[in-house]
Design a protein around this ligand. Structure first.
Ligand code: ARG
Length: 573
């Protein structure tokens, strides 16, 4: 596809002898269409060229020559040189590209080939065994799933890992609690909640009685040493938990390539300690083994507790080494809440001593996201005010079902559509704003068919499908006349479609799924304006075909984009 930015940058770069990539970085997309499709801010060069920005702009304008079939004109406004893309070329080019690539539009063959050599790990979800899967893990799962899909779509070699929290002292506690009161609880009926109760009860005991805590620690040590009874119990907790997690993953349509969680690294931690000892970066402090990172302002990273047990950080270091050895990754993304920022800074710093390739060390990245609060108040597992994620997802579906029953009781495939809309709404809600921001979960916003919501986009999609069904056929690209799509609302739609590939690329550059969510909203909004201004089903065959073709393109790109977010498309709404 034509890259207008590149074309403009090349011309400017030739004239003033500044690197094309640098120029590309300066080129802006103006907020107002009267200022062109692209703008070059000349003040960026004022220092180097020792001239006032308007003078540079004038000079560039005098000397630049661009094929007017590509850029129809350009003009100086203050310190900017503004470029106006030839709309006909834009429309033809974009529609032709969509015709050629269809389901792959947005990821070009050359990029796919280039990316296929890069190995990307996306670690996401990572709930803790025997504890509830809470709303934070839901957000995590949705963000990670989207990143996983976008990287894959762009041709990268992606591995999705669920780093299960299936190890640590809490299992020593759980085993102790189970030993004492296991018979009192109906674990197979409602495993996670019952285990949680045991966990809370044993914690209270531990607080009161140091001996109980000691017994718990002893249990974990036994577990690490492979004691039959402890291992058997732990396996059972894990199995029951996974059953419950899988119900959530099924509802969301989420899959992983690996479930290697914390316990997977049990036998891989001694090596880490050895390497760090050899590098002479460890020391003993109050009986514990640490790496001192004070000089970096990062406190100390503990490797082994004074009682000899390993900790969370040690397992993470072993995971880094294992992943570097196994996947030779270029990027390893950790989708984890921002509360753990210090932990990741520490382990990424210590990872420099592990003797893994430099590209792996540089590819470690913590993708942070904000907390979710309920509109009704705060959540706490202990107080029982936390909502269960499975209940939340099921409620999204049942609330949607109620809306359908009210508005469209005769709809076909009601249940399936309610599921796609309800789940889609929750997914979109989690991705519609910059992920680092905290968010408030409010049913009224989430399920609204208007505003910045998933259902709104699905609604526009269903409308495009309806139009095409009414028409009974999708015209071929060769048959349509692009001159029929040169009014401003049609061009706006096309200009949005044009950006799709760039948007996906920036999703991976910034690890920011909300860029895709915002793009889809923009596309839905632009199409709605187009649809209201330029009716599609008109008498003039030529016009009708062209507008129908554009409708087909919008339908296709909304579907691709929503699927990448992790949403499915309903057949009716
Ligand atoms: N299981 C942890 C939690 O729920 C998150 C794990 C994050 N990943 C990691 N490699 N440390 O808080």
């Amino acid at each position: 596809m034509l890259d207008f930015k590149e074309i403009i940058a090349e011309k400017i770069s030739n004239l003033i002898n500044v690197d094309i990539e640098e120029i590309k970085g300066y080129i802006e997309i103006p907020p107002d269409k009267n200022m062109g499709d692209y703008a070059f801010p000349c003040f960026r060069l004022a220092k180097t060229l020792k001239k006032a920005p308007p003078a540079i702009a004038e000079e560039l304008k005098e000397n630049i020559s661009i094929d007017e079939n590509l850029i129809s004109h350009f003009e100086v406004q203050g310190g900017y040189l503004n470029f106006f893309v030839n709309p006909k070329v834009l429309v033809k080019n974009v529609l032709q590209e969509i015709d050629k690539l269809k389901e792959n539009y947005g990821s070009t063959e050359t990029d796919r080939n280039k990316n296929s050599v890069k190995s990307i790990i996306v670690e996401y979800s990572s709930p803790n065994i025997a504890k509830p899967f809470h709303i934070g893990h839901l957000r995590n799962t949705i963000i990670g799933n989207c990143l996983y899909k976008v990287y894959k779509f762009l041709g990268y070699n992606v591995t999705g890992i669920n780093h299960l929290g299936d190890y640590g002292t809490q299992f020593g506690k759980l085993i102790e609690g189970y030993k004492r009161w296991g018979d009192e609880y109906n674990i197979s009926e409602d495993p996670i909640n019952e285990l949680m109760k045991i966990y809370i009860r044993i914690n209270e005991c531990c607080e009161e009685n140091e001996e109980v805590l000691e017994a718990c620690r002893e249990n974990f040590k036994k577990l690490e040493d492979g004691d039959d009874y402890c291992v058997e119990l732990w396996n059972w907790f894990k199995e029951e938990s996974l059953k419950e997690f899988n119900r959530i993953y099924d509802l969301l349509g989420v899959k992983f390539d690996s479930l290697n969680g914390e316990s997977f690294y049990t036998d891989k931690m001694a090596e880490i300690e050895e390497i760090l000892d050899k590098k002479k970066v460890t020391k003993i402090s109050q009986g514990a083994k640490i790496v001192d990172l004070e000089d970096k302002g990062l406190g100390v990273c503990m490797i082994r507790k004074s009682n000899g047990s390993t900790i969370y950080a040690t397992r993470d270091l072993a995971a880094i080494k294992y992943r570097a050895d196994t996947y030779n990754f270029d990027k390893c993304l950790y989708v984890v809440a921002y509360e753990q920022a210090l932990h990741f800074k520490q382990i990424f710093e210590v990872a420099k001593f592990l003797g893994i390739p430099e590209k792996c060390v540089n590819g470690l990245e913590h993708v942070q996201y904000g907390m979710t609060r309920l509109a009704t108040g705060k959540m706490s597992t202990r107080e029982g005010t936390a909502i269960k994620v499975q209940d939340l997802l099921e409620e999204a579906i049942s609330r949607t079902m109620k809306i359908i029953e009210e508005k469209n009781p005769d709809m076909n495939e009601k249940e399936e559509n309610a599921k796609k809309i309800g789940i889609g709404a929750v997914v979109f809600n989690n991705l519609s704003n910059t992920i680092i921001k905290d968010q408030v979960f409010d049913w009224n916003n989430v399920l609204s068919f208007q505003g910045d919501t998933g259902p709104y986009i699905q609604y526009v999609y269903v409308r495009t499908k309806g139009i095409l069904e009414n028409l009974d056929f999708v015209p071929n690209f060769e048959e349509i006349d692009v001159n029929c799509l040169l009014d401003s609302s049609a061009i706006d739609v096309v200009a949005t479609l044009y950006k799709f590939g760039d948007v996906l690329k920036s999703v991976t550059d910034k690890n920011e799924p909300s860029l895709l969510a915002r793009f889809l909203l923009e596309l839905a909004q632009k199409y709605t304006i187009f649809y209201n201004e330029d009716k599609v089903l008109v008498d003039d065959e030529k016009v009708k075909n062209a507008r129908a073709y554009l409708t087909y393109c919008v339908q296709l790109i909304i579907k691709i984009g929503c699927n990448l977010l992790g949403m499915e498309m309903p057949s009716k709404m």
